[in-house]
Structure formats: structure tokens, C-alpha cells
Design a protein around this ligand. Structure first.
Ligand code: NAD
Length: 469
């Protein structure tokens, strides 16, 4: 059976060969068109995000629009520098040659996005993909249909289909796309689907970037400023209704700061998300879960935890059909519960008191490496200890989530939380092949020393090289 996306793919394949030789300014002009469309159509983007996730306009400006425009501005400012071949030294053994690392476009790329930041997570990788000189087929999430439709309209307004096109659909369509021999696949989504994507990519030996999920721990030690930690964690956990891949997922806290943290967290939930006192179910600044199945799953997790004796410190109200769960903090957790085992991805946060920091480190190291790890502490010794003894895709000390948008930091996970890095220059490199180009002189070269026949002098040279080079 012919793949439904074959002709789309074939057109991009032949176009991608043309793109190899075009100038950097053509790539920049594509990025400028993307930026202009976004700036002119902010209202369209805001309406789509409100329809899909009941996101407020300002929240959309910050977490969906700014995150993409900042990537575009960074690429526009630095693309000439990123794309420039890097000369490398020949060392003693390659004297007489010249060599460079030449970034080249990979070719035809597939970008698959999840629903939680549905515009940002298509837009940001698209910027890196175009900056690196590739073509792209975009697959937005089927769970955010208004945003998917808006992205399709945007792409049709700006790009020729040979350069960028949108393939809408769910699992069957994504499965069909994954059969094609893409030069690179950039997937953002769950760890389980990440494994499916990697297995499919292996059949064509397509390279992959996997931006996955998991449980991102928070440690709050006895030296932390509990009020400051509470404000930051409440924002990071409950923004986008907890549906953020790098949201703090669970907390280990020292007994000495626990009560202060809980009292402050309760205060900040109202201050940040219900400042007009409308009640959380009506608050303008509190968004919604993506669909009622997701709300049902979260309520089941919450009920399992309370049935096992978890204490609701605040929150706990829900309306499944309305895709609403109140910001909820739980203590006294049983470690066997799903809330302690699975990525939560919603507005519920479990907290556990720890006695010994080494047990916390052991817990983190015995589980899959997290996408992000957060530490609240003023102790230099503790910062050093946690940074060195644990592994994570990214780490923030005395803050959460903000490391995502740092202009000069790579973003990504490790193993189960992801493979490869994105953002800025790291995103550009991910969509480029680092081609080595060596240029040799004519006639006598050092390499002749390694051609047979191997006389005594050549043997001496080889022994010398083995010992000293
Ligand atoms: P998901 O893995 O269910 O879906 C992601 C994409 O894969 C969608 O476009 C979907 O259509 C497609 N898909 C789903 N099942 C598939 C299958 N069986 N075969 C082929 N394609 C399939 O993820 P989601 O529920 O949309 O998003 C939530 C997850 O994404 C969370 O785990 C979260 O942590 C993660 N996430 C990670 C990042 C990051 O940057 N690391 C960012 C956002 C979300």
C-alpha cells in the first residue's frame, strides 16, 4: 500500500537537495516570514490556545509566542556564525593538510509535537530546522485541534509545501509518517511513545532528537528560604495546569521548613492564580486540563493516594467533565502509589519529609534520570553535592522551569527523559550534520609513511607515534 505521505515526502526530498546550496540569507528570510506571521496573528494564536487549553492571552504570549520569537531572534542574530565552517588545527601528524568542520543540513525532517505547549513545541524546533537549512513535515497533536488548524494555516500562508508542510492526524497518521526515511526526526512527547519513535527511526537509521518526560524532583533543604521556594514552585507546578514537562513533579522537604512551605504555598496559589477571588474554578489565570480522560486519570491517582492515607494540605476539589482540578498539595505519601511512581502531569503535587539527604540522592539515582532537577538551598556544600551526585537533563538551583528559556543553555533530557538537545545553537547543531572536510596537498604527504612496504624506518615512526601522539 502506498504511504499517504509519500508524495509530500518525495517533493521535500528533491527540494532538500536544492536547499543544500542556498545562501544563509535565504534561510534567514524564511525565519523573518515566520516571525512576521506570528507578530501579525497573535490574536489568532491566543484564540486557538484558549479554545484548546483555556490559556489566558498573557500566558500564551509568554509560554507559546515569546518562546518561539526568542528562538527566531537568536537564530537571526547568530546564524551566520553558527553555519560558518570551523577550521581545526592539523596537529603534528596532519601537517600539510587543512581541515574544517562544515555544518550541513540533514535534509527532510519530521517534527512531532505533544499537546501541552502545542504552538511552542512545533514552532521552536521548526526554527532550528529551518535555520539549519532543512525541509520539514510538522505533525501537531490531535488533542489540540484549534492549534493544529491554526499551525496548518500559518504554514500554508508562509511556506511552499516543498519546504514546510503540516500532516494532521493521530496515531495511524504518525505511524505512517514514521515509516518514511526521514533524515532526522524531532519528537516531543511521552517516554513510551518516544520508544516507538526510536524503534521506527531505527528501520531507516534516521537520527532522532527525543524530548521526553518523567518525574522532575525538587529538594528543599533546611537552609532554604521556604517562602521564596513556595512562590516559585507554586508557579512552576500549577501554570498550564501542571501540564509542563519540566514542572516540579514531587518534593522532598526537610522537616524544619515544611510548615512554613505549606502555609506559603497555600497563600501563593490564591495570589497567583485567583487574584480576583473568583474561585479557582472560574479564575481567568488558571488554565484547564486538555481533556476529561486526563482529568479522570488524575482524579484516580489522587483518590488512590488519599485511600492510602495521603493528607490533602490544600485543594482536592475537582470537576472531571469541566476538565478542572484545584491546585492540590499532598503529604504523607505511600511510595507504592501511582502518584509517587508515574509522571503526574497535572495540578497535584506530592510532598515527602526526608531525614537524610543521602537517601534522597539514592531515590533519585535509583529511578530514571529526570528531565529536570530542582534544589532549594543556600548551602554551597549542598549545591555542590546534589549537582555532582545526581544526573538530570537540566538543573535549577533556587528556581524552577526558568532554565528552559535561557538563551545559551541546551535543553533536553538524559536516557528515559530524552536524547539530544535543543534551543539556540544546540538546536541548530541537532538539525545539522557536522561534516569533516580534510584537504590534502598533492604529492608528498605524511600519510605515505603508513603505506606499505613497512621498512625499519616506518616501523620506528609508528612506534614513536604510538608512544608520543
Ligand atoms: P504523546 O507521547 O502521547 O504524544 C506526542 C505525539 O506523538 C502526538 O503528536 C501524538 O499524535 C503522537 N503519538 C501518540 N501515540 C503515538 C503512537 N503510538 N505512535 C506514534 N505516534 C504517537 O505525548 P502527549 O500526551 O501529547 O504529551 C505529554 C508528554 O510529553 C509528557 O510525558 C511530557 O512530559 C512530554 N513532554 C516533553 C517535553 C520536553 O521538552 N521534554 C515537552 C512537552 C511534553
Amino acid at each position: 500500500m502506498v504511504n499517504q505521505f509519500q508524495s509530500q515526502f518525495d517533493k521535500q526530498k528533491s527540494k532538500s537537495l536544492e536547499l543544500r546550496t542556498e545562501s544563509i540569507d535565504v534561510r534567514r528570510s524564511r525565519l523573518k516570514s515566520l516571525k512576521n506571521w506570528i507578530l501579525k496573528n497573535k490574536d489568532k494564536i491566543r484564540s486557538a490556545l484558549h479554545a484548546d487549553l483555556r490559556k489566558s492571552a498573557t500566558d500564551t504570549d509568554i509560554s507559546e509566542i515569546f518562546t518561539v520569537t526568542t528562538e527566531i531572534n537568536d537564530a537571526l542574530n547568530h546564524l551566520h556564525q553558527w553555519a560558518r565552517p570551523q577550521r581545526v588545527s592539523p596537529g603534528m601528524t596532519y601537517l600539510g593538510t587543512s581541515a574544517k568542520v562544515q555544518p550541513e543540513p540533514k535534509g527532510v525532517c519530521l517534527i512531532i509535537a505533544p499537546w501541552n505547549f502545542p504552538f511552542n513545541l512545533i514552532g521552536s524546533p521548526l526554527v532550528s530546522c529551518l535555520a539549519a537549512g532543512n525541509t520539514a513535515i510538522l505533525k501537531p497533536s490531535e488533542h489540540t485541534p484549534a492549534t493544529s488548524k491554526m499551525i496548518k494555516e500559518m504554514v500554508e500562508d508562509i511556506f511552499e509545501p516543498e519546504v514546510v508542510t503540516v500532516a494532521e492526524g493521530a496515531v495511524p497518521e504518525t505511524t505512517a509518517l514514521l515509516e518514511l526515511p526521514f533524515d532526522h526526526i524531532f519528537f516531543t512527547g511521552s517516554t513510551n511513545v518516544g520508544k516507538i519513535v526510536m524503534a521506527a527511526a531505527a528501520k531507516n537509521l534516521s537520527s532522532v532528537t527525543l524530548e521526553l518526560g518523567g518525574k522532575s524532583p525538587v529538594i528543599i533543604d533546611e537552609t532554604a528560604n521556604a517562602d521564596d521556594a513556595a512562590r516559585k514552585i507554586v508557579w512552576g507546578r500549577f501554570t498550564n495546569n501542571g501540564q509542563t514537562c519540566i514542572a516540579p513533579d514531587y518534593i522532598f522537604i526537610n522537616e524544619k521548613v515544611k510548615n512554613k512551605f505549606i502555609a506559603s504555598a497555600k497563600k501563593y496559589v490564591s495570589q497567583l492564580f485567583d487574584s480576583k477571588g473568583q474561585g479557582m474554578a472560574n479564575a481567568d489565570d488558571y488554565s484547564r486540563l486538555v481533556h476529561s480522560n486526563h482529568a479522570r486519570r488524575l482524579v484516580d491517582i489522587l483518590e488512590e493516594a488519599t485511600n492510602f492515607g495521603a493528607k490533602i494540605e490544600f485543594g482536592g476539589e475537582y470537576q472531571v467533565d469541566n476538565k478542572f482540578i484545584e491546585p492540590t498539595l499532598l503529604s504523607n505519601i505511600d511510595e507504592s502509589n501511582r502518584i509517587w511512581q508515574e509522571e503526574i502531569f497535572g495540578p497535584i503535587m506530592p510532598l515527602k519529609v526526608y531525614d537524610n539527604i543521602d537517601q534522597v540522592i539514592d531515590h533519585i539515582n535509583q529511578n530514571e534520570k529526570p528531565l529536570s532537577l530542582y534544589l532549594f538551598s543556600t548551602s554551597r556544600k549542598m549545591k555542590k553535592k546534589i549537582t555532582k551526585a545526581t544526573s538530570a537533563g537540566s538543573m535549577a538551583i533556587n528556581d524552577v522551569v526558568v532554565q528552559y528559556a535561557h538563551p545559551n543553555l541546551p535543553f533536553g533530557g538524559v536516557n528515559h527523559s530524552g536524547i539530544g538537545k535543543s534551543h539556540g545553537r544546540y538546536g541548530f547543531l541537532e538539525f545539522s550534520n557536522q561534516k569533516s572536510v580534510l584537504s590534502q596537498r598533492i604529492g608528498l604527504t605524511n600519510a605515505l609513511l603508513f603505506y606499505p612496504p613497512f621498512n625499519g624506518f616506518k616501523k620506528w615512526v609508528v612506534s614513536f607515534l604510538i608512544k608520543w601522539f
